[in-house]
Design a protein around this ligand. Structure first.
Ligand code: 3HC
Length: 310
């Protein structure tokens, strides 16, 4: 019996078919998906904070409306992903507790401060651009609910990237001070954006198994390279440079060569020592505590409904 189930699972993966929640799956597959999907969801929710910082200070009503729509989308992405994690038996409340307790991760990129309004554009262009590079292949992830959640997320992420790039284009057509603000923002976000893709493949303990299970479709370095190749021409059109003296087109490889990110900085930020880690978790904890009365009221209402129908 068990061998048949394993065989069925493996042949489904081998045929590039989807595993659905009610299918048998190896416990390791389930746990890897809960880990990745939960941390992906946490990233979306924490990712609301850096941009939220500029909601009340956007320079025009149009920019405020666009930013509001984007931050709202991130919340929705988080909710789709928590729902996908629940189809694997995870409990949404427990996942939030793990995030707040520092037992689960969220993307390193959100531990960098948003110091100028140009950062709102740079996050849209580079951070959501990196997220698109990472999330498009996830639309073909072997676990059905995850892949399907990604299809909607990617559509909205494209709007996020376009609005960011358009914001920066507008600033680049402005004053010298605005152009300098954009370049300063790009200088601060370029390397952290490359780190979003995770450690180098030879330091990635999860990649091999995740590729074998069809959870990941490309390695961290493959997606990072794709992102660099995509971003350089966009930077040229925009009129900004990236802070990497080793960034140069390599005709033999057909890709851009680029410098090595500072992996000790990456490990430090992932460990919790980034500029904003403490604040991001403190804000998330406070929001969770402030929402306790809503959860209590909903439970009390549900209990009364239950009583009245019994
Ligand atoms: N930030 C924080 N932790 C990271 C990280 C990052 N940028 N990159 C890797 N890590 C962690 C991993 O989670 C893993 O730790 P864990 O085992 O405790 O989970 C460890 O570092 C080793 O990394 P691996 O490469 O072995 O781990 P993965 O195979 O899970 O690969 C990943 C990491 C590429 C981030 C993969 O998990 C993934 O593709 N996740 C889904 C996409 C995602 O989470 N994107 C977040 C970007 S932000 C976003 O999408 C919001 C958008 O609106 C901007």
């Amino acid at each position: 019996e068990h061998d048949d189930l394993t065989t069925h699972f493996e042949s489904t993966i081998a045929r590039d078919q989807r595993i659905e929640p009610r299918d048998w799956m190896p416990e390791g597959y389930r746990q890897t998906l809960i880990r990745q999907i939960a941390q992906h969801a946490h990233s979306e929710i924490i990712g609301m904070q850096p941009e939220g910082n500029w909601l009340t200070r956007a320079p025009s009503l149009r920019r405020k409306a666009i930013l509001t729509a984007k931050v709202q989308d991130e919340a929705g992405h988080g909710l789709y992903l928590y729902s996908a994690a629940e189809t694997l038996g995870a409990d949404r409340a427990e996942l939030t507790d793990k995030l707040i307790a520092g037992k689960q991760k969220y993307s390193s990129i959100f531990n960098y401060p948003t110091l100028s309004f140009a950062d709102v554009g740079t996050i849209g262009w580079l951070v959501d651009g990196a997220a698109i590079c990472n999330q498009v292949p996830l639309c073909r992830s072997s676990f059905g609910p995850y892949g399907r959640a990604m299809i909607r997320v990617c559509k909205e992420e494209s709007f996020h990237q376009r609005q960011g790039y358009e914001l920066l284009t507008t600033m680049m057509r402005g004053t010298d001070a605005q152009r300098a603000m954009v370049q300063e923002s790009v200088n601060r976000f370029w390397w952290p954006a490359l780190m979003m893709f995770g450690p180098p493949d030879d330091q990635s303990p999860n990649t091999e198994q995740s590729m074998a299970w069809g959870i990941k479709r490309h390695t961290n370095d493959e997606l990072r390279q794709k992102f660099v190749d995509m971003s350089v021409p966009q930077a040229q059109v925009l009129g900004v440079t990236f802070p990497d003296p080793d960034l140069v087109w390599n005709p033999d490889r057909g890709h851009y060569d680029f410098g090595e990110p500072d992996w000790s900085e990456f490990m430090d930020v992932v460990k919790g020592n980034g500029a904003m880690n403490f604040e991001r978790i403190a804000v998330r904890r406070e929001a969770h505590e402030n929402g306790q009365w809503v959860r209590d009221a909903a439970l009390a209402f549900a209990a009364r409904e239950e009583q009245e129908t019994n």
